[in-house]
Design a protein around this ligand. Structure first.
Ligand code: SF4
Length: 639
C-alpha cells in the first residue's frame, strides 16, 4: 500500500537497451508541486532529458503518467499524459488519452511509467500488477494497431493495449500511439518515439486498491462534480452528439478549414454534420467513470470509427471529402496505421493544393490528386504509413515536406511551430481559441488553450483583437470556478467581452491542471470545474492541502517548464506566428468573409502575453524572477 494517500506511490522505469527495470518511490513533495499526469511527465523530461538530442535516438525518453484523480470513480478523471521530445516539432511533445488504459496503469500500482533506451529487437511491455515482462514482439511487426490489440489480448487475456502501427514502426513523424481501437495519444509523433525504441506496445492490467485519504469527503466531491457536469446548459446535446455538436456552428461562422483553409464554408458540408449521425447504426463508447459518454462509434459497411469534429473537419473540410462515410473510413484507416488524424489530413491537404497549383506533378506523387477523391486520399494515407514513394516525403509533415519540395510550397503548409493546425480558421471569429494556436507549447493545436466559457453569438468587430465578444448572462460568469481577481481582469463588467490574453493564460494554466489531474477537458467539465473544486477533491483524495491559487500555480509552473524546454531547443519569439495565408489571404465564405489577420495587432497581443507570462518580450525566455516565484529557478541555466 502506498504511503501517500490517493497515489499508487511508485514510478516504473524500464530500460529497453538493457532489458531491465526498476521501481522508485514517489516523493510527497513532488506530488504537491506537480500533482501527477503532465506535471510528473514534464518534471521527468526536464530533469532527465539532455537538450538537443535527436528525438528518434535511444537518448529520447517517453514518460507516461495517469492524472492524480485517475483510479477512482471520479467522473471523467480518465486521462493519462505521454510526454517526450517530439520528432515532428523538436519541441516538448505531449499528448493525452483516456478510455481504460490509464485507470489500469494506476491500478497496477504506478503513477508513472518511463521508457528509456532502445531494444535490440521488437518487444512489447506487459505490466500486470507486480509482474513486469519485456516480451518478444517479432510476430507483431507490420501488424496494424487493431490487429496488435487483438493479438495481445488473445495472448494475455484482459489487458488494455497501447500500441503503434506501421506508421510508428516506420518512424512517420506524426505517428500516434493508439489506445485500444478508438482512442489515441494522437499529436506530436509519440508513436514514432515508440517505434524508434523498437517498442510495439504496452499492455496493462491492474487490480490494486488505492486508498483515498477521506472517503466520505471524496464522495461528497464526486456528487458535486456530477451535479456541476449535469448542470452544464448543453449537457444533453454533448451527451447525444459529442464533439460533432459544433460541426454546424463552425460552418455558420465560416470557420471551416475547407480545402486547406482556402474557404470558411463549403457546399455539401451538411453531409458531415451531427444531423447525419442518426442515419447510421452505432454505439456509445464512454471512457471509464464518464457520465457524458461523448464518443459515438458508427458502423459503416466499409468503416467503423468515432464520429468526431476532428475527423469531420480534417477529412470532410480540409480534404473536401463531403460524406460522413468517407470521413469515418479515413479515420479508421489512420487509427489502424497509427497516424495522427489532424497532421495526416493537414499534410495531404498541403499536397493536394500544391498539386492543384502545379508545384507537384503526377510523376512526383505517383497519383492524380483531387479534392474529395476518397481513393487517392486513402492511397496517400497508406503510402505515408509505409513511407512508400512520395509518402516518404509526406511522412515528414507539411513543414518539412515543403522545405524538401521548395518552390514556394511552404505558403500552403498550414502549421505553427511545425505542427498542422486543427479545424477552426482564426480569420473567422477571432477568439481565445484562435490566439491559443500561436501560444501553444505544442505548436498548431487547440487542445491546450480553450476557454471555460465561449459563445458563438454576436459578431466580433473586425478590428478588435484584445477582447472577445461574449454576450453571456452575468450569472454564467459568476458561477465560473475561477480565482476572483483573475475573473475581474478577464471579464468586462457587463459580461459582454472577455480579455483574450488574460483568458488565454488562464485557460492554458487551467488545462495544464486538468492534464495533471486526468480530468477530461470536454466543455461540460472544463466549463464548470476550476481550482476550487479541484483543490477540494485533491485534499479529500490525498490529505494534502493545495489551496486554489496554488493549484493554478502548478499549471503555471508546468507550462513554464515546457517553455524552458522549447527555448533550450531553439524556440524564439518569432516562432509565434500564424501561417502567412492567414495574414495575406482573406477568408472566403461566412459572416467574416474577406477578413485576414492583422499581423501588427497579433504582435501587440503577443507582447502583452509575454509580459503577463513574465517572459522577455524580445526573446521569449522566461525571466529569472518568474522562475524563482514558481520555485524552478534551477532551470534558468538550462536556457
Ligand atoms: S467526455 Fe468523452 S472523452 Fe471525456 S471522459 Fe467522457 S467519454 Fe471520455
Amino acid at each position: 500500500m502506498s504511503t501517500i494517500y490517493g497515489y499508487a506511490g511508485k514510478v516504473l522505469k524500464v530500460d529497453l537497451t538493457n532489458q531491465t527495470y526498476r521501481i522508485e518511490e514517489l516523493r510527497r513533495e513532488v506530488c504537491k508541486r506537480f500533482l501527477g499526469g503532465i506535471g510528473f511527465t514534464t518534471k521527468l523530461v526536464l530533469d532527465e532529458l539532455k537538450p538537443l538530442i535527436d528525438p528518434l535516438s535511444p537518448d529520447n525518453i517517453l514518460a507516461i503518467s495517469p492524472g492524480c484523480f485517475v483510479g477512482f470513480n471520479i467522473p471523467t478523471a480518465v486521462k493519462c499524459e505521454a510526454s517526450s521530445k517530439s520528432p515532428l516539432t523538436y519541441r516538448f511533445g505531449t499528448s493525452s488519452s483516456g478510455y481504460f488504459w490509464s485507470y489500469s496503469l494506476k491500478r497496477a500500482g504506478y503513477d508513472m511509467l518511463v521508457i528509456y533506451g532502445k531494444s535490440p529487437k521488437p518487444v512489447y511491455l506487459l505490466i500486470n500488477d507486480n509482474s513486469i515482462e519485456i516480451k518478444d514482439a517479432s510476430h507483431l511487426v507490420g501488424k496494424d494497431c487493431w490487429e496488435t490489440v487483438d493479438i495481445i489480448k488473445k495472448e494475455n487475456g484482459k489487458v488494455e493495449v497501447a500500441c503503434i502501427g506501421p506508421a510508428g514502426e516506420n518512424l512517420v513523424r506524426y505517428a500516434s500511439i493508439q489506445n485500444g481501437y478508438y482512442n489515441s495519444w494522437g499529436r506530436c509523433g509519440l508513436g514514432a518515439v515508440m517505434g524508434s525504441k523498437n517498442l510495439k506496445a504496452i499492455a496493462v492490467s491492474g487490480s490494486k486498491e488505492i486508498q483515498p485519504y477521506n472517503e466520505k469527503a471524496l464522495l461528497e466531491c464526486i456528487h458535486e462534480l456530477v451535479d456541476r457536469i449535469l448542470s452544464f446548459p448543453p449537457f444533453e446535446k454533448w451527451r447525444k452528439y459529442g464533439t460533432m455538436i459544433v460541426t454546424e456552428v463552425y460552418s455558420r461562422i465560416g470557420a471551416l478549414p475547407a480545402k486547406n483553409f482556402q474557404y470558411g464554408t463549403i457546399e455539401g458540408w451538411e453531409r458531415c454534420t451531427y444531423q447525419e449521425l442518426s442515419k447510421y447504426e452505432g454505439f456509445k463508447l464512454p471512457c471509464i467513470t464518464c457520465p457524458i459518454a461523448c464518443s459515438h462509434v458508427i458502423n459503416m459497411s466499409d468503416g467503423r470509427y468515432k464520429a468526431e469534429i476532428t475527423s469531420a473537419t480534417s477529412f470532410g473540410a480540409k480534404l473536401a471529402l463531403l460524406d460522413l462515410k468517407s470521413v469515418i473510413k479515413c479515420a479508421e484507416v489512420c487509427s489502424r496505421y497509427g497516424l495522427d488524424i489532424i497532421t495526416a489530413a493537414g499534410t495531404i491537404a498541403w499536397a493536394i493544393e500544391c498539386y492543384e497549383r502545379g508545384i507537384l506533378s503526377k510523376e512526383q506523387v505517383g497519383l492524380d490528386l483531387k479534392w474529395g477523391d476518397e481513393e487517392s486520399i486513402l492511397e496517400l494515407i497508406r503510402k505515408i504509413a509505409f513511407r512508400e514513394g512520395f509518402g516518404n516525403i509526406l511522412a515528414e509533415g507539411s513543414a518539412r515536406a515543403s522545405k524538401i519540395i521548395g518552390r514556394g510550397s511552404d505558403r500552403y503548409a498550414i502549421q505553427v511551430k511545425g505542427m498542422e493546425i486543427g479545424g477552426r480558421d482564426p480569420r473567422a471569429k477571432w477568439s481565445v481559441w484562435c490566439f491559443g494556436y500561436v501560444t501553444n507549447i505544442r505548436g498548431g493545436d487547440d487542445l491546450r488553450a480553450r476557454p471555460p466559457i465561449e459563445t458563438f453569438k454576436g459578431i466580433q468587430p473586425l478590428d478588435e483583437y484584445f477582447k472577445e465578444v461574449l454576450n453571456v448572462r452575468e450569472e454564467r460568469i459568476k458561477s465560473l470556478d475561477m480565482l476572483d481577481d483573475i475573473k475581474k481582469r478577464v471579464f468586462s463588467e457587463n459580461g459582454k467581452y472577455m480579455d483574450i490574453v488574460e483568458m488565454t493564460i488562464w485557460s492554458e494554466n487551467l488545462i495544464t491542471v486538468f492534464n495533471c489531474t486526468g480530468l477530461c477537458i470536454r466543455p461540460p467539465v472544463l466549463g464548470t470545474v476550476g481550482p476550487h473544486l479541484i483543490s477540494k477533491i485533491y485534499r479529500a483524495l490525498t490529505g494534502i492541502d493545495v489551496p486554489p491559487s496554488n493549484i493554478m500555480e502548478v499549471g503555471e509552473r508546468v507550462w513554464n517548464m515546457q517553455k524552458i524546454f522549447n527555448v533550450t531547443e531553439g524556440e524564439r519569439r518569432d516562432d509565434y506566428r500564424f501561417p502567412s495565408r492567414f495574414y495575406e489571404e482573406p477568408i472566403k465564405g461566412g459572416p467574416y468573409s474577406g477578413r485576414k489577420l492583422d499581423k501588427e495587432a497579433v504582435d501587440k497581443l503577443l507582447t502583452k502575453y509575454f509580459k503577463l507570462r513574465g517572459w522577455d518580450i524580445r526573446t521569449g525566455k522566461p525571466k529569472l524572477e518568474k522562475l524563482s516565484s514558481l520555485g524552478i529557478d534551477y532551470l534558468y541555466e538550462r536556457m
